[in-house]
Design a protein around this ligand. Structure first.
Ligand code: FAD
Length: 269
C-alpha cells in the first residue's frame, strides 16, 4: 500500500451478533423474537475483515484505529477482542433511547458517534449476519456526506485517494475515491490478524469509553422507536423437516432416471 502524506484516522464499526450458524429449533421465542440466550454471541465475521482493513492502513500510513459499536454492555467482548488484535481505542454506544432502532436510526446514531472522530476512512462489514440488510454502512456514509465504496476486497492509497477493488459478483471493479470515504468490507479482504499475547494481557479487563445518545449529539426523534419507520409485519421460524429419501444407483441408468424425475416434477428444466 502506498504511503499517505499524513497519518490517517480510521474508525471501524463492529457489531456483536448471535452466531446464526448454530441455529436450532430453540433459536426463536414463541413471540417471534430471537432467543439470544440460545445462540452464542460472536464478532460479526465481516467486521473482523473491516478491522483488518483499518489495521493495514495504519501499518502502511501511521495514524489510529478506533472501534465503535452500538449495543448492550456485553458487546464489550468484541471491543476487547479488537484491542487484542491492534485497535488503539474502543467505544460503546449504549442507551435505552437507542432500543428498537431499525437501520435508519442505527445508522444515524452510529454516524453521530463516528463524526466525533473526524475520520479519514470508515470501515464497516458488508452485512451483519443477524439483520443481514447491508444497509447500515452505506447509510452511515450518506449521513457523513462522504464517498461510499461497497464490497471492498482490496485497498490501496495514493495520497488522499483510495484505490479500491470491489467484488461485483461476476468479477472485480477498481474505483478511486477521495478521502474521507466509507468502505463496506467483504470476507474476500482477508482474515483478521491473530491476537497479540502482550496486548491480550494488557487489555483483558479493558473497559470501552461509554457514549450515550446525548454525548454524541443525537436528536431524540431520530433514535430508537421514534426514529424507525420500519415496522415488522411478521417473523416466522422456518424449521426444515427431513423428508423421505430415495437411493439412486451410481450408474448411467440411475442418474438418467433421477434427471427425468426432477424434470417431470419441475425441480429442474
Ligand atoms: C423495527 C425494528 C426494531 C429493531 N429493534 C432492535 C432492538 O431493539 N435491538 C437490537 O439490537 N436490534 C434491533 N433491530 C435490529 C437493528 O435495526 C439492526 O440490527 C441494525 O439496524 C443493523 O442492521 P443489520 O443487522 O441489517 O446490519 P447490516 O446493515 O447488515 O450491517 C452492516 C455493517 O454495519 C455495521 N453495524 C451494523 N449494526 C451495528 C451496530 N449496532 N454497531 C456497530 N456497527 C454496526 C457493521 O459494520 C456491520 O457489518 C430492530 C430492527 C427493526 C427493523
Amino acid at each position: 500500500m502506498a504511503i499517505s502524506a499524513k497519518p490517517l484516522r480510521c474508525v471501524v464499526c463492529v457489531k456483536q451478533v448471535p452466531d446464526t450458524k448454530q441455529i436450532t429449533g430453540d433459536a426463536m421465542k414463541p413471540d417471534g423474537t430471537i432467543n439470544r440466550a440460545a445462540l452464542p454471541a460472536i464478532f460479526n465475521p465481516e467486521d473482523r475483515c473491516a478491522l483488518e482493513a483499518a489495521l493495514g492502513v495504519r501499518d502502511a500510513c501511521g495514524g489510529t484505529v478506533s472501534v465503535v459499536t452500538m449495543g448492550l454492555p456485553s458487546a464489550t467482548a468484541i471491543l476487547r477482542e479488537s484491542l487484542f488484535c491492534g485497535a488503539d481505542d474502543a467505544y460503546l454506544v449504549t442507551d435505552r433511547r437507542a432500543a428498537a432502532s431499525d437501520t435508519l436510526a442505527t445508522s444515524y446514531i452510529l454516524s453521530q458517534a463516528v463524526r466525533k472522530f473526524n475520520p479519514d476512512l470508515v470501515f464497516c462489514g458488508r452485512p451483519a449476519i443477524d439483520g443481514d440488510t447491508a444497509q447500515t454502512g452505506p447509510q452511515i456514509g450518506e449521513k457523513l456526506d462522504c464517498a461510499v465504496v461497497t464490497y471492498l476486497e482490496k485497498l490501496e492509497l495514493d495520497g488522499d485517494v483510495a484505490i479500491a477493488t470491489r467484488d461485483i459478483g461476476t468479477g472485480v471493479e477498481t474505483c478511486r475515491a477521495k478521502l474521507p470515504a466509507l468502505f463496506t468490507v467483504t470476507e474476500k479482504f482477508g482474515e483478521l490478524r491473530p491476537y497479540e499475547l502482550r496486548r491480550g494481557m494488557k487489555y483483558k479487563n479493558a473497559e470501552p469509553t461509554i457514549l450515550d445518545c446525548a454525548a454524541i449529539g443525537c436528536e431524540d426523534g431520530r433514535c430508537g422507536f421514534a426514529g424507525s419507520p420500519t415496522s415488522v409485519n411478521k417473523i416466522e421460524s422456518v424449521v426444515l423437516a427431513g423428508g423421505e429419501f430415495k437411493e439412486v444407483p451410481p450408474t448411467d441408468e440411475g442418474i438418467g432416471g433421477l434427471v427425468s424425475e426432477l424434470i417431470k416434477d419441475h425441480t429442474i428444466g
